[in-house]
Design a protein around this ligand. Structure first.
Ligand SMILES: Nc1nc2c(ncn2[C@@H]2O[C@H](COP(=O)(O)OP(=O)(O)O)[C@@H](O)[C@H]2O)c(=O)[nH]1
Ligand SMILES: [Mg+2]
Length: 317
């Protein structure tokens, strides 16, 4: 999503591009030297304007409106980008487009009225000067948008509209094993803000529906209370992605965490996430308890069919 925002040129680069293109402009020869130079200057001005305005318009059109984003992306972007600064930067591009268009019309009109070749050239240069100065004025905004582009491109590449299962649970309870067993293709890693590990995204077909399955190493694998506010918000954004959370428990405790600790994390996640949570005991091949929870072995594949059925039942598809 939004991976197609074009590279944001610097003000200098836009100015260069503008000059390069208007230099190449040609108009039909005319016996009247004055008319020829007037036509040439006007054509150059409009070419320069087109380069500047279309470049800026491309940015204005391709950067997303934060408020119109899916809540999952909106929440993450809100944490990473100052919304006001971002809006102001885009607004200044619109302002510059209008200014430059206005100058082009104004100087074209002036040139039409001149009686000397030198005056036509003088006005053309004046147009270039004023346009360059407008572009220089928005230089910091262009730089800022370049940074925002990099941030947006690092947002997780995932479809938040697809029905999604998010896996939670302490390290080594078998989350990765489960995701790779359930996925039809090899799961892919998508970057996620505030964690270097990223999230792992797999896809599966359940009764003809494409469902996403997401492993969240480093996010939903330890208590939230230990995180700072920003990290916590980034983790809570997962609630806009998940339709169901599968909380994986390892009663064999071979993961290195006691059931007490694991249940504490489960309780916390239940408190923070207002979506259906499926409690699932993994490693049933090692230890089968007499609890009422769904029991699986991610390793042997036991119970996975049943788990899929339970997942789908809670998805309100
Ligand atoms: N015996 C057994 N081992 C399992 C099962 N699921 C995962 N494991 C093992 O537990 C270890 C941790 O699994 P992993 O998927 O990496 O856990 P994660 O940290 O939660 O992603 C690995 O050595 C797995 O092979 C299971 O159902 N039975
Ligand atoms: Mg893992």
């Amino acid at each position: 999503m939004y991976r197609n925002i074009p590279t944001v040129l610097t003000a200098e680069e836009i100015i260069d591009k503008m000059f390069r293109r208007s230099k190449k402009v040609e108009v039909p020869l005319s016996k009247n030297r004055l008319r020829f130079h007037k036509n040439l200057s006007i054509a150059k001005i409009y070419t320069a304007r087109d380069v500047a305005v279309s470049t800026l318009k491309k940015y204005v059109d391709s950067f997303p409106y934060i408020n119109k984003l899916h809540p999952f992306y909106r929440t993450l972007l809100d944490l990473l980008v100052d919304k006001d600064e971002y809006k102001k930067a885009l607004a200044s591009l619109v302002w510059a487009m209008e200014k430059i268009s206005g100058f082009a019309d104004k100087y074209a009109r002036k040139i039409k009225g001149v009686g000397k070749v030198e005056e036509a050239i003088k006005f053309r240069k004046e147009f270039y000067g004023r346009t360059s100065s407008i572009l220089k004025q928005i230089a910091p905004k262009l730089r800022y948008l370049g940074q925002v582009r990099d941030i947006i491109r690092k947002l997780p590449d995932i479809n938040p509209e697809l029905p999604t299962v998010v896996i939670a649970g302490y390290p080594n309870v078998g989350k990765s094993e489960l995701v790779s067993k359930m996925s039809t293709a090899k799961p892919e890693i998508a970057s996620y803000p505030f964690t270097t590990k990223g999230i792992v995204v797999g896809h599966m077909e359940i009764r003809g529906r494409r469902v996403q399955i997401v492993d969240t190493p480093g996010l939903l694998d330890r208590p939230l209370e230990k995180r700072n506010r920003i990290e916590k918000e980034a983790i809570l954004a997962l609630k806009y992605l998940a339709d169901v959370i599968v909380f994986l428990l390892d009663p064999s405790e071979t993961c290195g965490y006691s059931m007490d600790e694991q249940l504490k994390l489960l309780k916390e996640i239940k408190k923070d996430f207002d979506i259906p949570i499926l409690e699932v005991e993994n490693k049933v091949d090692l230890l089968c308890t007499d609890s009422q929870r769904i029991k699986i072995s991610a390793k042997t594949g036991e119970g996975l069919e049943k788990l899929m059925g339970e997942v789908i039942a809670r998805m309100e598809l």
